[in-house]
Design a protein around this ligand. Structure first.
Ligand code: PMP
Length: 354
């Protein structure tokens, strides 16, 4: 730290992104990326946009917004595109939290929430998940805080039914409830249909997972137009050009090819069933995931050791050190071929330990 670094950030504990190692070719099942390339349309549109990179991108993302609004059946003023959904989440912390509106989220959830809260100097409460890692909606009833719920949750993969989200929304009319739907396209119910019913609902989604654009950084916030206006106030006070022109074009390309996204999601859901069934045969227990990852532990094999042994063998999964979940690993659902390599290695590691 330099002697110039502002004291207000000196104690900041930064978010640790999943490893992106370059030392060898890994079977990469650690950061919940799609194993499939972006749609050919996305690549074609992005390449065309690259021809005009001397110009600033459209800060309003007008064409992308129109395409999205049409596909999702919402108004163009009910969505805001951002640099990944992380950007939208940060905006939401900035716009809707302060000393009078502290944040509340689960103790086991997306690790960026406490970092965004600390960055923006927002007090926050971490609400323990139940023993089985499900959210107890009762804990959020009338909580009178700005609520962040990843639905499905990460890294557990467990989804909260929409009726429980509605109970939380109804009981906190003076606070915004942010539903982070980064993984919603793999089988869970989206709250987007409720944005006109609840003026305190803000949904975030991403093109990083189901639409294979993690490297493009495209996310969005979806809500009634007043909440979107508030986020725009933050955006235009920080970086109006937060979504570059190639990414805007790639997003439009993706939206013209919804069949491709749906086909990939269907494959991931099938592969998830295959992976969980095979892990069960190897003695693992896992949560009931509705995402593109599986959260699993072996009753007699240390989680961190399994992560390390797999890495040595060229297979990357994600291990978290937090006490409650340190026995688990989060495994991204890859292609069938990737899953078979993972399973073969796990089997060998388990056999060697006997
Ligand atoms: N929410 C959750 C729960 C996530 O796991 C992630 C991915 N790390 C994000 C949001 C952010 O994803 P992105 O910024 O790529 O849209």
């Amino acid at each position: 730290m330099s002697r110039f670094f502002s004291e207000k950030y000196s104690a900041l504990e930064v978010y640790t992104p999943g490893e992106q190692p370059k030392d060898m070719q890994y079977v990469k099942l650690n950061t919940n990326e799609s194993p499939f390339p972006p749609s050919p349309k996305a690549r074609e549109y992005a390449a065309k946009a690259a021809e005009n990179l001397q110009l600033y991108c459209d800060p309003t993302c007008a064409k992308l917004t129109e395409s999205f609004a049409e596909v999702y059946g919402i108004g163009t003023d009910e969505v805001l595109f951002t640099n990944g959904s992380d950007d939208a989440l940060n905006f939401a912390f900035m716009a809707f939290c302060d000393d009078d509106h502290p944040a509340a989220f689960a103790d086991i959830t997306y690790g960026f929430y406490p970092v965004f809260a600390a960055l923006n100097r927002i007090p926050f409460t971490e609400i323990p998940l139940k023993e089985d890692f499900t959210i107890n909606a009762d804990d959020y009833i009338g909580i009178n805080k700005t609520v962040f719920i990843a639905n499905p949750n990460a890294p557990t993969g467990i989804a909260l039914p929409l009726c429980e989200i509605e109970r939380i929304l109804l009981s906190n009319p003076d606070n915004v409830v942010i539903v982070d739907e980064a993984y919603v396209d793999f089988g869970a119910q989206s709250a987007v249909s409720l944005i006109r019913q609840y003026n305190n609902l803000l949904v975030t989604q991403t093109f990083s997972k189901s639409r294979s654009l993690a490297g493009g950084r495209l996310g969005m916030a979806i809500a009634n137009k007043k909440l979107i206006q508030d986020l725009n106030t933050i955006k235009y006070s920080t970086n109006p050009y937060n979504v570059n022109s190639m990414t805007q074009a790639a997003g439009i390309g993706t939206l013209t090819d919804e069949a491709y996204t749906q086909k990939n999601c269907k494959t991931i859901i099938e592969n998830r069933a295959y992976l969980t069934a095979q892990l069960e045969k190897l003695g693992f227990v896992h949560t009931d995931s509705l995402t593109n990852f599986v959260f699993a532990k072996h009753p007699s094999f240390d989680g961190k050791k399994l992560y390390g042994s797999l890495k040595e063998r060229g297979v990357l999964v994600r291990h978290f050190t937090k006490e409650r979940i340190k026995d688990y690993n989060r495994i991204t659902v890859g292609t069938k071929a990737q899953i078979d390599i993972l399973l073969k290695n796990i089997q060998e590691i388990l056999e060697e330990s006997i």
